[in-house]
Design a protein around this ligand. Structure first.
Ligand SMILES: [Zn+2]
Length: 267
């Protein structure tokens, strides 16, 4: 990914998304914010942490200024590891950060509205963005192991097609920073469930009684099986757990970690 630093804030970007007209995107990192609590320092963008909401709002203002989004209009989901997708409309502008949400259990957002930044929070889970190459719609999904197992990436693609007529072959996807396979050791039960659901592959590792899952690779597989062209899928090589100087990681830091954001909008 490309690193862009301005005013002490570093954002991460995918070249492939930057090359598309009408699409703006960025992933936030840890530095340059106002949060001081241990584990949250300093650009925490999570609204359900021990952080003061005014700190979080200021962090959104700083991040959005550098990334080019209107902070007052960011739209959050209500992430509970569900497989629910919300069609975000103009009425949702600002919901989750600057005004109250009137929805629950939303782990993916899609929209055809302009200048409506869709935000997905993570700290190890997989943020997957969706951009129609023709610029008609965008989507953003939070795929932890539950969302991955439930096929949320495929469900989000179906919503883009049914609501906006965007075919999977016209979608460019990114798989943002998330926990890598060597950092993501899981139970044997979970490993077996994934083998049954997705078939044995290099994304599922059993090594000397230890079990690991490559969530990014499984999501890539889901996207390809749903009709996205392999050359239109871009995977970040940054692991959250290996890179806690740059990003937040639940596995590496524990529950008092902050939250970073993956954001995409049409403009
Ligand atoms: Zn790692």
């Amino acid at each position: 990914m490309d690193f862009v630093t301005q005013d002490n804030i570093t954002i991460l970007k995918f070249k492939a998304l930057d090359a598309l007209p009408h699409i703006r995107h960025a992933v936030s990192t840890r530095g340059g914010g106002v949060s001081c609590l241990e584990g949250l320092e300093s650009l925490n963008l999570g609204t359900h942490t021990a952080d003061d909401i005014e700190n979080v709002r200021e962090n959104y203002r700083r991040f959005c200024r550098v990334a080019g989004f209107d902070a007052q209009r960011v739209v959050l989901g209500n992430q509970t590891h569900s497989v629910n997708v919300r069609y975000a409309t103009e009425a949702d502008a600002g919901k989750g950060v600057f005004c109250e949400r009137d929805y629950t259990d939303v782990d993916a957002l899609v929209t055809d509205c302009r200048n409506l930044p869709l935000v997905i929070h993570s700290a190890d889970c997989v943020p997957v963005t969706f951009a129609d190459i023709e610029g008609r719609a965008v989507g953003n999904a939070h795929c932890g192991w539950r969302g991955t197992y439930g096929g949320l990436a495929a469900i989000t693609l179906q919503q883009l097609q049914s609501r906006f007529g965007v075919m999977p072959q016209d979608v460019l996807c990114t798989i943002g920073p998330c926990i890598c396979m060597s950092c993501y050791e899981v139970s044997e039960d979970l490993y077996q469930s994934f083998c049954e659901r997705f078939g044995k592959s290099d994304a599922l590792l059993c090594d000397d009684g230890r079990f690991s899952i490559d969530l990014a690779a499984i999501n890539r597989q889901i996207l390809i099986e749903s009709g996205v062209a392999p050359q239109n899928i871009f995977v970040s090589d940054i692991c959250t757990s290996c890179s806690t100087h740059l990003l937040y990681s639940h596995r590496a830091q524990g529950p008092s970690r902050g939250i970073f954001a993956s954001v995409i909008e049409l403009f």
